[in-house]
Design a protein around this ligand. Structure first.
Ligand code: ZN
Length: 242
């Protein structure tokens, strides 16, 4: 199962990830929301997901671009990018974004953008948020996005302390028994200091998850953002992966 989070309208990054994933092999591909926002290619990214039948959940940026969430809950730069996206997208893209569910359960995996306690807004980035999330998790595996930081957190059986791994390129994590939450990192706007596009492949049978980073044409995305007059700091941060 290939896991793609926070694509953020970055078609060059998405296509590089899909090429890499095809070389790795996977049976299904899911997205974790924030398909749009920040980047220059919302319609093309959604077209690609529809063409490849990549299903998934909605994120806060998807809701804002589709007119379902107010812009005043975003930082000024994110709100500006969402305003641009809302104006730029085709009606079919808006319909796609409006139709995204907040949570999906697929066999032994639950998919959500933020956390199970607050699917659109909460960051899976504190011990308290992780504990609330695991209380609501009914499957062995869950997958979340939203923070743009690759992560594996395991809740061992019997209430022992959470076990946390911060994976890099080619890290393969084989969590022991218990429940696990995976963040595959961000395809379109990484924030861990590595500007390469990030994603992960979960092998449920083998009980392991492989993290990958993929080089893509960052300058091409930046040029398209500049042509669309998207905010400068959003263009510049792609170079640094922050
Ligand atoms: Zn995001």
């Amino acid at each position: 199962m290939a896991l793609l989070a926070d694509i953020h309208s970055n078609l060059a990054a998405l296509d590089a990830v899909l090429r890499d994933a095809n070389g790795q092999g996977f049976d299904a591909c899911w997205h974790l929301g924030d398909v749009v926002g920040y980047g220059p290619d919302p319609d093309q990214v959604v077209e690609r997901l529809v063409e490849l039948r990549v299903a998934g959940v909605g994120g806060n940026h998807d809701g804002a671009a589709a007119g379902l969430l107010p812009l005043d809950q975003f930082t000024p730069l994110a709100a500006e990018a969402n305003r641009w996206t809302a104006r730029a997208i085709a009606p079919e893209t808006r319909e796609f974004l409006r139709g995204l569910p907040q949570m999906v359960r697929e066999g032994e995996v639950t998919l959500v953008h933020g956390t199970l306690a607050d699917p659109l807004w909460e960051y899976f980035s504190t011990y308290e948020a992780a504990e609330r999330h695991f209380e609501l998790q009914e499957t062995r595996w869950s997958v979340a996005g939203h923070t743009h930081l690759p992560l594996v957190v395991r809740q061992p059986p019997g209430g022992a302390e959470l076990d946390i791994v911060v994976p890099e390129h080619r890290t393969v994590v084989t969590p022991g028994p218990g429940q696990v939450c995976i963040n595959p990192g961000s395809v379109g706007q990484p924030r861990d200091g590595d500007p390469r596009a990030g994603y992960a492949i979960l092998d449920i049978g083998a009980g392991e998850v492989a993290f990958r980073r993929v080089e893509y044409d960052i300058a091409a995305t930046q040029q398209r953002m500049a042509a669309a007059r998207l905010p400068g700091p959003l263009i510049e941060r792609l170079t640094r992966g922050r």
